[in-house]
Write a protein that binds this ligand. Structure first.
Ligand code: CU
Length: 315
């Protein structure tokens, strides 16, 4: 029995499609996913992987088939038939990649937009569904409705990339750290900047990557949903020690994060109040000593007396 060639083509097509669909979803090439947006990135990757697997099997299959089927026969010294040009075929294999590229472009733009890539701050602070809930529109417009509608304000971190380190500054608490700590399930906003040359902030497990550009702030917003320590890697060749430009992202539980905040807050804020923010060199002895004096149970007059004595002896 001879099976018609179009039936064979159909069967081969079905097998390739099924194999591509299976491998596209089961390749296990990605690291663990530790952010809310990771699934969207993975969906695009899997989609591309499915198409790529299909094209690979199709093209390599045709190649291998042709190499065997049309190989040189014994005693045959002639050239093959002079085949040249096939307009419908060329239109087909130009059209297919064009369509694939367009679909990928639309799909990835949609995902990028979903993740707030076009406007990370506003879309995080004011998700459209919350504005649409009604009642608070006017307050939302004035930017004062956040807490009433239950939107969690993001944890803001200024990220500075320099040769060859990452510096994380928390404007709210004044913490400066070489490693990034964030609480789980809370939106985080990174304001990324570079102090010298181009760098790139990359956390594979959160599917985050953003160039750090001197003189320009890039905003990256994310919510991590899996506790753990994840590597932060510089992904832009930035100099001789680029390979050593690493740090760690700690996704902490709410309690662990608060604990870390408490132990890492700048000391002066906890102990001495605002006076410590003043340069001691510009303060009088009395101003400088008064916080300590209070701790020791001395009053203002005693300090004044002491410091004036000191001044008398000095002259
Ligand atoms: Cu770098």
């Amino acid at each position: 029995m001879k099976i018609p060639s179009n039936i064979i083509t159909l069967l081969v097509g079905i097998v390739i499609t099924l194999a591509s669909l299976w491998y596209g979803q089961n390749h296990n090439l990605m690291p663990v996913a530790a952010s809310e947006d990771a699934q969207q990135v993975d969906n695009i990757f899997n989609f591309m992987m499915t198409i790529a697997t299909g094209l690979f099997l199709l093209i390599e299959g045709v190649l291998v088939y042709s190499v065997i089927k049309f190989r040189r026969r014994k005693g045959d010294t002639s050239d093959g038939p002079p085949i040249e040009g096939n307009v419908p075929l060329e239109i087909l294999w130009t059209a297919i990649p064009t369509i694939i590229v367009f679909i990928l472009a639309l799909y990835s733009f949609e995902a990028y937009n979903n993740m707030g890539g076009l406007d990370p701050v506003i879309s995080r602070d004011h998700p459209p569904q919350q504005i649409a809930m009604g009642g608070h529109e006017h307050q939302m417009a004035l930017g004062i409705g956040n807490f009433e509608t239950g939107t969690t304000p993001p944890v803001v971190v200024d990220v500075k990339a320099i040769q060859y380190a990452w510096i994380f500054t928390y404007p709210e608490t004044g913490i400066v750290s070489g490693e990034l700590h964030v609480p789980i399930d809370r939106p985080v906003q990174l304001n990324i900047n570079a102090g010298d040359v181009l760098h790139a902030f990359w956390v594979p497990q959160l599917r985050l990557k953003q160039d750090a550009i001197p003189g320009r702030e890039a905003v990256l917003a994310f919510t991590s949903n899996r506790e753990g320590d994840y590597p932060i890697v510089c992904a832009e060749l930035c100099g001789a020690y680029h390979g050593g430009m690493k740090s760690v992202l700690h996704v902490d539980s709410e309690e662990a994060y608060t604990q870390w905040e408490e132990t890492n807050k700048p000391v002066q804020e906890a102990n001495m109040g605002e006076t410590a923010l003043v340069d001691p060199k510009t303060m009088s002895d009395q101003e400088y000593l008064s916080p300590y004096a209070q701790e020791m149970g001395m009053n203002h007059n005693m300090v004044a007396e002491l410091t004036s004595h000191h001044a008398d002896h000095a002259f």
